[in-house]
Design a protein around this ligand. Structure first.
Ligand code: AMP
Ligand code: GLY
Length: 425
């Protein structure tokens, strides 16, 4: 079959790498893609939210399956767009419909879902401009630090954690009254701070059956020791060493099962990935957030550990027969380290030549903000590429990635040298 992946990051390069190995995949397309995906697939120059443009290409290239990488097209309803179009409704779309994508598109929707289905999460209340004063009172009833979340999509920047009550009140006002995050902060969720250790779990569902994929932990801060500004993710490891069978069974019974049952009860059609951000407090897992897609860079550490043909799994999702599939997981550890442009996540320069990629033999490189201009690979974004390695344990996988990185050069290249620092024995 012909398959189209939507997106342009390392996550989509990793999907292209995995899908291109499937004997079921005849022709592979990525829109818009990057210099990495172009080595495995045909890049199509269309935006992920240009639904009419996507339709045109799906018809021209006789595409049978669309795998949606990022959240925006899902939250804007790409799956519904395909279902409601007579020329497109035979195409399998991997990603939830708009109603279910609200689990990521609206923090308040997600919190209400969690509460309704008795899934453990932080206590919260949500506020609008009109209820600002109640928001102040609620903040006063909480202990520091204070967690403020813009309700809508804010490109991963909509969560603020503040230690000072007055600053928290100021920020709440600036979000609600001065539209700090635009439309996204018309509503703000104020939440109890949870002090624990984070991990992510990934689930595939066809709407009624589910499969649990390997756990991962990502490193979001720009600086060593988890200091400094938040980024899209500076590296990830899989599996998470502290996620043993007891914790995993709590996660499955208290979080994953009620989530899938909740989707059914609430009539929220879901065929795709659910990425559950978790925090473990005193050995008890709580949900921090839902994402309706895979994580980036978590995908670059999780997909390499899946041995099963992903296209076969996607077909089972489309046919609602996921219960008939076994997903085989590689027991090795996989780690991925992100190389970023100097200055990122603040202002940075683009268009720097990247060299040394051909010397990498022991790791896989997934391109993110990189493009091929007449045979030269140039940086085109903040997160440039990610270097994934396997190992028998975390230490050996990391050693391989860091050794491979020594070959790669571009001006002002930056990366964290301490991915997994908190988890090594
Ligand atoms: P989110 O966008 O909801 O994933 O939040 C971004 C980050 O903020 C998370 O990865 C956590 O590190 C942190 N965070 C969110 N909610 C809480 C909370 N209730 N308690 C502690 N940390 C939180
Ligand atoms: N790495 C975090 C995310 O994809 O949201």
């Amino acid at each position: 079959m012909n398959i189209l992946i939507l997106g342009a990051g390392g996550r989509e390069h990793a999907f292209a790498w995995k899908i291109s190995q499937s004997p079921l995949c005849k022709e592979l397309f990525v829109a818009p893609g990057n210099s990495g995906t172009s080595t495995l697939a045909t890049n199509l120059n269309i935006s992920v939210t240009d639904f009419e443009g996507i339709k045109k290409h799906v018809l021209v290239y006789k595409i049978n399956m669309v795998v949606v990488g990022p959240e925006d097209p899902l939250v804007e309803g790409i799956h519904d767009f395909f279902l409601n179009d007579i020329e497109l409704n035979h195409v399998a779309v991997i990603g939830p419909q708009k109603a279910a994508a609200q689990l990521e598109g609206s923090k308040e929707f997600a919190k209400e879902f969690l509460l309704r289905h008795e899934i453990p999460t932080a206590a919260y209340k949500s506020f609008t401009k009109k209820s600002l004063e109640q928001g102040y009172l609620f903040l006063e009833s909480l202990k520091a630090p204070y967690v403020l979340k813009a309700d809508g999509l804010a490109a991963g920047k909509g969560v603020l954690i503040l230690s000072d009550i007055n600053e928290a009140k100021e920020e709440l006002k600036s979000m609600l009254v001065d539209s700090k995050f635009g439309e996204a902060s018309t509503k703000v969720v104020v939440e109890e701070f949870l002090d624990g250790i984070e991990l992510s779990c990934f689930v595939l569902t066809d709407g009624k059956n589910y499969k649990i994929l390997p756990t991962a932990k990502d490193y979001k801060r720009i600086g060593e020791g988890d200091k400094g500004l938040n980024t899209g993710g500076m590296g990830a490891i899989s599996p998470v060493p502290f996620a043993g069978p007891v914790l995993l069974s709590k996660i499955e019974n208290r979080i994953i099962k009620p989530t899938i049952d909740g989707l059914v009860k609430d009539n929220l059609p879901y065929k795709g990935f659910i990425f559950i951000g978790l925090i473990v407090v005193d050995n008890e897992p709580l949900v921090i957030e839902y994402n309706v897609r895979m994580g980036d860079p978590e995908t670059e550490a999780v997909l390499p550990r899946i041995k099963t043909d992903l296209v076969e799994v996607f077909q089972a999702i489309d046919n609602e027969s996921l219960d008939e599939i076994q997903i085989e997981i590689d027991p090795q550890t996989a780690v991925t380290v992100m190389l970023v442009s100097g200055g990122y996540p603040e202002a940075y320069e683009k268009g720097k030549q990247i060299t040394g990629l051909e010397d990498i033999k022991e790791s896989m490189v997934f391109h993110a903000g990189a493009k091929n201009v007449a045979g030269t690979i140039l940086t085109s974004g903040g997160r440039v590429m990610t270097v994934t390695s396997y190992g028998d344990d975390l230490r050996s996988a990391l050693k391989t990635s860091y050794k491979s990185i020594e070959s790669i050069r571009f001006e002002a290249m930056n990366y964290r040298t301490d991915i997994g620092f908190d988890l090594q024995e």
